[in-house]
Design a protein around this ligand. Structure first.
Ligand SMILES: [Zn+2]
Length: 712
């Protein structure tokens, strides 16, 4: 998931806050507000986290808006005829102080969101939304943008400039710049209401994760591995429950509990707590908010001239139409639900053989899947874990990025950080400073769960050049001092994923900030991240960095082989729990003005598509932050599988290359065609350049264990 939104990793937010980053102040602005000041210091300058007081955000954001407003007025009121330079380029250079304070504000709302910060976020989100509309709806400004757009062919612009004009014009037009006055007022009102609802939704989700937990006694821990007991004991101690064991209501605590606990009733209890986040009929209940959000989005889409919100979203993406999305989703749905039935049969067989006397239920899936893995592949999670040390995996990511892109990473200690857990790495290529990578690894109160990438500053070569600053955020439980933190295979994969987003930002080599790095269309944004996951299972990484935490010995070949063999294991579950979310997301946003009761809608839609009863959605609607905490992945949760069809196809290119995943010419082609290009080229075209053809769904099916169709 990606940037300036919330949870997953990074690029999606670019789409939602793009306007804020498009608008930057240039002129000699007074610099007395520290949060607005240029980022100074070594390593190309960095955010001034040391100077942040939560009470400063509101005045700084308001001042940033005011300065931006002055700049916009100047651009819009220019007496000279509209040109690329005095309109589009001027917009690129406007809003920089506001960008700076917004970047730090986003770090606080996503990782330091205590009660005080939540109040500021609540107040400021609608003010920021209103300012965004003010810029979009500025008729004089849009007239100039449109004039440049209409004359772009004759204006002797470079291809990147032409692209920028198109992107900026589309952004204004699709957000309603051309609407009549009454519609503009209504649209701004809708956006303001939505911003309030988005903030409430994510704060409720966080609230339910922090206010509920499971407290257990020693005798209730049967089946749990030592590392899980230890982290539960530490979590209990944090809450002054010495001698007890606490499982927080977060994915990183509940999923392992469901995998290992032999107490079926406790598994059910944990499962129900976890899957009813935002759905408890209390102060954190999100159901009413969902209905309102969907109604407002439907009305917004109509105002903007689209049949539904899903049409409005997809029109701007690679997919172009909801039909194209649904075609893909339904094409893969049938084979994967069939695969689930096979998986359940395997699990039921084991349960029967044990005389468990049960029918596999959703809270049994992970537990029995683990048993099947052991029986079928002689592999269990705790066999891999001793080889997966968090810091070694990080070094492995660095190493692979060095092989692919020539990047080197060196930790620096002379830059301020938002919290003592955060580390900063200077990134360079040969002697050239490339950017900064911030790493915020551990869970803490006020930090969103999950893992994501956040872009603090986009790369640009415009106006002298600026290097990118990106961060990766995860929620590992901190270990005891000096003890390595052991993570799961999935977590290691997530590390590579988020780092893939970071590399997309760091490798960016474009002129204009709007077109930089991860600012691509959002169904393409997961391509670099998901592709980067493919370097973890390479022998080159595992033999160097999957080292046993006690002996320092690399993971044995036999274990590596077993891991590779299990690559397609449990793909029915993984794919279906995801696909169900993507389909429900699309259908909810295709429903138009129909008033939706989230619980009933979810149940009916899942029944209609034949959801296996042993699985629930990975994110049920009441805590589906991707689509309701903002517009980042709304009608866009399909992005992951859309990108994955490209990823599987691109991975086959590496498999077939003479140098495999470390093939230098192919890595260079990837860099030249995609990773360094940001949004300067159309995503489909960029991919075609890389692969010399389009992708089909075939490679994805092969990757996930379906033999047909064979390679052409
Ligand atoms: Zn991602």
């Amino acid at each position: 998931m990606q940037r300036r939104t919330f949870l997953l990793a990074s690029a999606a937010a670019a789409a939602t806050t793009s306007l804020l980053s498009m608008t930057n102040p240039s002129a000699a602005a007074p610099l007395e507000v520290p949060l607005l000041a240029p980022w100074k210091g070594p390593h190309g300058g960095a955010p001034s986290f040391a100077k942040v007081k939560v009470t400063d955000f509101k005045p700084a954001l308001l001042e940033g808006i005011e300065r931006n407003r002055t700049e916009i007025a100047k651009i819009a009121g220019n007496k000279a005829p509209p040109s690329f330079e005095n309109t589009i380029a001027a917009l690129e250079d406007a809003g920089r102080p506001l960008d700076r304070v917004s970047a730090i504000f986003n770090v606080y709302t996503s990782t330091m969101n205590d009660k005080e910060m939540q109040a500021v976020e609540k107040e400021m989100s609608s003010i920021l939304a209103a300012f965004n509309d003010e810029v979009i709806q500025n008729a004089a400004l849009f007239a100039r943008v449109k004039a440049v757009y209409l004359t772009r062919e004759a204006a002797e612009l470079s291809p990147e400039q032409q692209r920028l004009v198109w992107v900026v014009y589309r952004r204004f037009a699709r957000q309603g710049a051309a609407l009549g006055d009454a519609d503009k007022v209504r649209l701004a009102d809708i956006n303001k209401q939505l911003s309030v609802l988005y903030t409430a939704f994510s704060q409720n989700e966080l609230g339910d994760e922090e206010d509920h937990w499971l407290t257990l006694e020693d005798a209730e821990l049967d089946g749990l591995p030592d590392w899980l007991r230890a982290s539960a004991a530490a979590a209990a101690e944090d809450k002054k429950l010495k001698g007890k064991f606490l499982f927080a209501n977060t994915r990183s605590a509940i999923e392992p509990f469901l995998t290992y606990s032999i107490c079926r009733d406790l598994r059910e209890k944990a499962f129900r707590m976890w899957t009813s986040r935002g759905d408890n009929g209390d102060a954190h209940d999100n159901n009413v908010a969902i209905t309102e959000i969907l109604q407002l989005r439907a009305e917004k889409a109509k105002l903007l001239g689209y049949p539904t919100f899903a049409h409005w979203i997809t029109d701007y993406q690679m997919a172009k139409t909801p039909d194209a999305v649904m075609n893909l989703l339904l094409k893969v749905w049938a084979p994967f639900t069939a695969r689930v039935r096979e998986e359940v049969a395997d699990m039921q067989k084991i349960a029967d053989a044990e005389g468990a006397g049960i029918r596999i239920a959703p809270w049994d899936y992970r537990f029995y899947a683990e048993k099947v893995r052991k029986a079928k592949y002689d592999l269990d999670e705790s066999e891999m874990k001793p080889y997966l040390q968090l810091e070694k995996i990080r070094e492995g990511m660095f190493w692979a990025a060095g092989q692919l892109y020539g990047l080197e990473f060196a930790q620096v200690h002379d830059l301020p950080v938002v919290h003592k857990d955060v580390r900063v790495f200077d990134v360079h290529r040969a002697d050239k400073h490339i950017g900064l990578w911030y790493f915020d690894p551990y869970a803490r109160a006020g930090k969103q769960s999950g893992a994501w990438m956040d872009g603090y500053r986009d790369q640009e070569r415009f106006r002298g050049g600026i290097t990118p600053i990106v961060s990766n955020n995860t929620n590992f439980v901190p270990g005891k001092p000096g003890e390595p933190i052991l993570i799961s295979w999935d977590d290691a994969s997530t590390m590579f994923h988020e780092f893939g987003h970071a590399l997309h930002g760091l490798n960016s080599n474009v002129i204009y900030p709007t077109l930089s790095g991860t600012g691509v269309v959002r169904d393409f944004v997961e391509f670099p991240s998901q592709l980067n996951e493919h370097w973890l299972p390479t022998k080159e990484v595992l033999s160097r960095f999957a080292l046993h935490y006690k002996t320092g010995k690399p993971m044995p070949d036999a274990l590596v082989t077993k891991i590779k063999k299990t690559h397609t294991f449990n793909q029915g579950f993984i794919t279906v729990e995801y696909l169900a979310c993507a389909i429900v997301d699309m259908k909810a946003h295709l429903a138009g003005a129909t008033k939706i009761d989230p619980r009933a809608f979810e149940t009916a839609t899942l029944a209609e598509i034949g959801m296996p009863e042993e699985i629930v959605m990975r994110h049920r609607l009441p805590h589906f932050g991707h689509i309701f905490s903002g517009e980042g992945y709304a009608a866009g949760y399909y992005d992951y599988i859309w990108a994955d069809t490209l990823v599987a196809d691109a991975a086959e290119a590496f498999e077939e290359a003479p140098g495999g995943f470390y093939d230098k010419p192919l890595a260079k082609k990837l860099y030249d065609c995609i990773i360094s290009r940001g949004n300067t080229v159309d995503a489909g075209e960029a991919y075609r350049k890389f692969r010399d053809r389009d992708a089909t769904v075939d490679a994805l099916m092969r990757d996930r264990g379906f033999p047909a169709p064979p390679k052409a």
